[in-house]
Design a protein around this ligand. Sequence first.
Ligand code: ZN
Length: 159
Amino acid sequence: MEFITLKCKNCNKKLMTYIPPGSRKYKSPLKTCKKCGTEYLDPRCHEIAAEGLPPDTYSITSNVIMGIVGGLILWRGLYLFTVHQFGTSENIQWLYPTVFTVMGIFCILCAIYQIIIILTGIKRKKFEKLRQESEERLQDYNYAKSLVSLGYSVPEEYL
Ligand SMILES: [Zn+2]
């Protein structure tokens, strides 16, 4: 994991620290430096109408895999509860098993939640709304031009 720090090109103010590719936020990547007002691109934010969605957005398989991985982590956690961990001090013997168990359950619940919202169409609806908002933003010629001038790739149809 490598942290990247983004600074304002104009005043050098620290704008953000993130781990690439960063979280996927589907909103405008165009931001302004709070100190000097210079525009910059937030690499964590994406215009769906320009970039589309990652191919695994509606993938059941990737969530099943996440569920299985979660299951393995949970299994490991439950196993660790039953054994003495050498090299770990007595009063924190509970720590690793607890962390693994919680992480495992969390992964499984996330996977189940994702599969439910994909199958019921809730996720598709949500992203369709985000895509429309993105399209509306890009239809503003000045907005699209600002993005391009900062190096963001905008489809021809908006320019
Ligand atoms: Zn600045």
